[in-house]
Design a protein around this ligand. Structure first.
Ligand SMILES: C[S@@+](CC[C@H](N)C(=O)[O-])C[C@H]1O[C@@H](n2cnc3c(N)ncnc32)[C@H](O)[C@@H]1O
Length: 228
């Protein structure tokens, strides 16, 4: 496979075989409730998720009355999200496309969510995507960025690819994710300079003690505000 894919087709393969995420991630729920502009009525608060998968995070936000949009390069994932929203009588604007070219207008969203999606691309695509996120966010809008960390146990089992990617991971919980970029603090911070003010930067480490023994799960949770 080419070493710098903008979209690893492994995701379309997974979703077309029925892979789905039904409920939202706790970190996304906390981010939305803590950082949405409380002075606005919820139906006027616009939330975008890049790499939204089957739409579980946006499903929660829509049920809470927010105005939601999502983009994912997997056609099957977007189809699943649209069907679920229709079944639950929820409104959401879902697009199939790659997140480094966002089909949305400038200064439109209040919040942008990345839950483990930008980390599926190399650093140059991540840079383009963060520039796009900056473009579509309003000044004062907040961005949740959630890549995996290079402290993750799976890291050493992969082989280095180009553009910061790790390929062919063969051990630990990241087996089967396809190409992945595991971030150090410097990489996270270098994406969020200039127009961004970092409000919170957390490094999460969870150590499994039993099966597989001493497996370390590690990820970053960065919350940044667009200042100009
Ligand atoms: C780990 S899944 C996360 C899905 C969702 N954010 C969640 O929390 O359930 C990563 C997602 O990123 C999507 N993705 C990867 N590269 C992409 C790209 N270049 N443009 C749009 N979506 C992409 C994949 O299709 C997949 O749905």
């Amino acid at each position: 496979m080419s070493e710098t894919l903008t979209f690893d087709p492994i995701w379309e393969e997974k979703y077309s075989q029925g892979h789905s995420q039904r409920y939202p991630w706790d970190a996304v729920v906390s981010f939305v409730f803590r950082h949405y502009p409380h002075h606005k009525p919820r139906h006027e608060v616009r939330i975008l998720e890049v790499g939204c998968g089957t739409g579980s995070n946006l499903w929660f936000a829509a049920r809470e009355g927010f105005c939601v949009s999502g983009i994912d390069a997997s056609h099957s994932a977007v189809k699943y999200a649209q069907k679920r929203f229709a079944e639950d009588n929820l409104t959401g604007d879902f697009r199939t496309g790659t997140f480094n070219q966002l089909p949305f207008e400038n200064n439109y969203f209040d919040l942008v969510i990345d839950r483990g999606a930008i980390t599926c691309c190399g650093l140059s695509v991540a840079q383009q995507t963060v520039a796009e996120i900056r473009r579509v966010l309003q000044t004062g809008g907040k961005f949740f960025f959630n890549p995996y960390s290079d402290r993750h146990s799976s890291y050493v089992s992969g082989r280095p690819g180009s553009d910061g990617l790790t390929l062919d991971i063969s051990a630990g919980t990241l087996v089967g994710v396809g190409q992945i970029c595991l971030y150090g603090r410097r990489e996270v911070e270098s994406l969020l300079t200039d127009a961004w003010k970092m409000l919170s930067l957390q490094h999460l480490e969870i150590v499994e003690q039993i099966q597989p023994q001493y497996m370390l799960h590690a990820e970053w949770r960065a919350i940044s505000e667009k200042v100009y």
